[in-house]
Design a protein around this ligand. Sequence first.
Ligand code: SAH
Length: 355
Amino acid sequence: MPGESPRAPGANRLPLARGLSPSELEALVAAEGGKAFHGRILAEWVHQKGVLDWERISNLSKVLRQRLARRMRLSTSTVLKTSVAEEGTKKYLLKLEDGESIEMVLIPEGRRNTLCMSSQVGCPIACIFCASGLYGVRRNLGSEELIEQFLLARQELGETPLTNIVVMGLGEPMLNLAELLPALERIVRNHGFSARRITVSTSGTSERIRRFARSGHPYGLALSLHAADAELRKQLVPTATEEPEVLVQASQDYFRLTGREPTFEIVLLRNRNDEPQHARALVRLLQKQRGKVNLIPWNPVEEIQDLFSPEPERVERFREILEEGGLKVTLRRRRGRDRNAACGQLRLNQLVEPA
Ligand code: SAH
């Protein structure tokens, strides 16, 4: 398992408005010739609405906004590109202050609107089937960069409520707990978002899963298991250092500490981990454990030529064996397969052909 990644760059720029208290904001407004109520208006936009650009602050004059913009920033990242896949899934390529880029995805699904957030720039885990890890990890995201994905998602949705957050974009969240935990804490406490509607997906480690369990919030946990057999899992997740049993054990501790049953994610690859014997091994590993299995037929990644999605019949057979073994199973519907569908692909395109 890879170690800590570099931290986000220190901000040697204007202060971030979100980092200033309401009275500090009011003082800056006064210094720029605004009235006291202008200060309160700004504080509300910044702290309650989470505004990301000056244009939106329609109840302050343009002149005042221009002056204030020389004193503080509203955001650290900018949207470089968006792409809409089938069924309305929308991907955002975000440019960070140091020129790095990440992705976030908005997934509408009936009444649900889910944000898929990135936790790092790239990923060090290097799962053989995943686009995010093809070029390794560049650095961790800072908590402001994490929060901004949430604020941007809300801003983009407008009147439509954001209902769920999954930390399943670029990166391994457990390798960035130092920034992720405070960011999630703020999303829950300051913005009133329910911790039960936030799910963090991880490949490990068990020690970090236990640390995550002590966050004090009932976040959902998804464990990227992919196979019950240690050798097979190591083929799929080459940086894995722990046996599947050890990770499953940590997920059970997570349940005991938070009351949340984990989800075991299995990305299914044709002829690699989709055979009946693999399903039976999962039954043996998981049948006495709390949690449910989420089967995810692999989303093809252009750069990965030697892997294939399983045939639907194979997926069905796999599901049947798990269910006959008494496991709870869900099957993730294919989403946005037409363009840049899998994790990290929008960023990958940009890395390959810079915009
Ligand atoms: N690093 C974390 C979180 C990011 S990946 C983790 O490993 O869990 C989120 C989920 O998407 C993981 O279960 C991962 O295995 C899965 N995933 C990655 N690439 C995929 C692809 N091309 N098709 C389907 N699932 C994929």
